[in-house]
Design a protein around this ligand. Structure first.
Ligand SMILES: Cc1cc2nc3c(=O)[nH]c(=O)nc-3n(C[C@H](O)[C@H](O)[C@H](O)COP(=O)(O)OP(=O)(O)OC[C@H]3O[C@@H](n4cnc5c(N)ncnc54)[C@H](O)[C@@H]3O)c2cc1C
Length: 427
């Protein structure tokens, strides 16, 4: 069977050693079969294994092959739409629960790293950078909102304050979240996979789920095998394709691109980001960047609706990097790659159940490093019979994309063009 390798990313090039896992062959029985070995699948597996369940993961390619092994590595709190939007969408009790959970994912990541001794270059501190007074006003409101939910590790930065932590004159201010931070995302996934296996969980690679036979004991079919389970968790996110048409209909895969420079050396790296914080700006189509453990700049941005792979990623992202840091004009780009995240119309995650025994979480719409770790905990709680927090997520409304499969890409791109034009005009 064809072997799908990782994309040629900086992360793959600097990955911790990991075993090659076999493909599923023949028939297996388990308590819970998870489809997809990204953070959602791995986090769910770990919480379930820690509670004594039998777990088996089928992964179409390799652990962390999807967004979890390619992302910007930024630990960003809350969801892609903030809690004020949630407060307007669901009842007070559900909003309260979801608000309290918005800061849990980062804590789960840190607990995992400490408990399982995962080497993934964890650094604390993330900055939201504002180009305009209007964006700064949003950050001030966000700080008050987050503090209302008990999140207090925040500091507003004025123009001088942000210049002290990011060597660019582009911003008027920002907000520092000391509980944000950054990691080597693939090494986090690989470390979590090793933890899964240390607890007796089984991961099959090169084993795409091609069909789910629904019923009292659902069966997940792969090309050479099948897993009979009491429950199935679908965690394929933007790489799931049309395996479950009702999930595909209410979400849209989108690509975003990342480049990585050659190593900059201590002095240049320190001059760009003296505190080694990660940064994302406040635009609708935002740029995100940070230093790697070996002092390269990892810079991402852009969105390709519908997730077509761009022909020349460096040509798209390098100009963005130079707009932020013109001082890097002579620096070489050594890696450039693309990855897919899953957009929902509300930009809030979709969590739910198909029938009684097939669970899913998908669509964190760009900010998923923390959410997916939380999702694993919430899915596991529900499978253990405590569904209050799962129900809070499941109460978030799901909408189909306007335009259906045919026109959702141009319709959404038009909407994004409008919002990014407003950002460019500063209105
Ligand atoms: C380039 C990029 C940059 C990003 N930067 C950030 C960031 O800095 N901070 C942040 O918070 N978020 C970021 N995100 C989003 C974040 O990475 C994702 O939200 C998160 O990793 C999603 O995790 P997941 O486990 O749900 O999905 P994925 O990591 O995509 O995992 C899904 C897995 O399921 C497998 N799969 C799919 N279908 C099947 C099937 N039929 N059978 C078996 N296996 C299957 C896939 O191969 C894949 O390994 C970024 C995303 C991208 C693409």
């Amino acid at each position: 069977m064809a072997h799908t390798p990782y994309p040629l990313s900086y992360y793959a090039a600097s990955a911790s050693p990991a075993p090659t896992r076999p493909a599923l062959e023949g028939e297996r029985d388990t308590d819970i079969c998870i489809i997809g070995a990204g953070y959602t699948g791995l986090s769910t597996a770990l919480f379930l294994l820690e509670s004594g369940f039998k777990v088996c993961i089928v992964e179409a390619a390799k652990v962390g092959f999807g967004a979890s092994g390619r992302n910007g590595g930024q630990i960003v709190n809350s969801y892609s739409r903030d809690i004020d939007v949630i407060e307007r969408s669901v009842g007070a009790r559900q909003a309260q629960l979801l608000g309290q959970m918005a800061f849990e994912g980062g804590r789960i990541i840190r607990e995992r790293i400490a408990k399982y001794n995962i080497q993934c270059d964890l650094k604390d501190g993330g900055v939201f950078a504002a180009f305009t007074a209007k964006q700064m006003g949003h950050l001030e409101a966000q700080k008050k909102l987050w503090e209302r939910y008990g999140h207090n590790q925040l500091e507003l930065l004025d123009a001088k304050g942000i210049r002290d932590v990011v060597a660019t004159d582009n911003y008027v201010g920002g907000m520092l979240d000391l509980s944000g931070g950054h990691i080597h995302p693939l090494n986090l996934a690989l470390g979590e996979a090793a933890a899964v296996e240390s607890l007796g969980g089984i991961i099959y690679e090169q084993s795409p789920a091609v069909r789910i036979e629904r019923g009292t004991n659902p069966i997940v079919h792969t090309p050479q095998g099948r897993v009979k389970a009491k429950f199935v968790v679908v965690a394929g996110n933007a790489y799931l394709g049309n395996l479950i048409p009702e999930l595909a209909a209410k979400s849209m895969p989108c690509g975003t691109q990342v480049i990585t420079t050659e190593p900059l050396g201590e002095d240049l790296a320190h001059s760009l980001l003296p505190q080694d914080y990660c940064v994302e700006d406040c635009n609708y189509l935002l740029d995100y960047y940070r230093l790697s453990g070996d002092k390269r700049l990892i810079y991402g941005g852009g969105v390709v609706y519908g997730a077509r792979d761009p022909a020349n990623i460096e040509a798209i992202i390098r100009p963005k990097m130079l707009k932020t840091f013109p001082q890097l004009k002579d620096v070489k780009i050594e890696f450039a790659w693309t990855g897919n995240f899953l957009l929902t119309l509300s930009r809030l995650p979709q969590v739910g159940r198909l029938g009684d025994n097939i669970y899913y979480s998908q669509g964190c719409s760009g900010h998923g490093v923390t959410y997916t770790h939380l999702a694993g905990k919430v899915l596991a709680e529900s499978l253990k019979g405590q569904a209050e927090r799962f129900d809070a997520f499941a109460s978030l409304p799901h909408y189909p994309f306007p335009g259906g499969q045919l026109f959702r890409v141009p319709f959404t791109a038009l909407g994004a063009w409008y919002y990014s034009l407003r950002d460019r005009l500063g209105v």
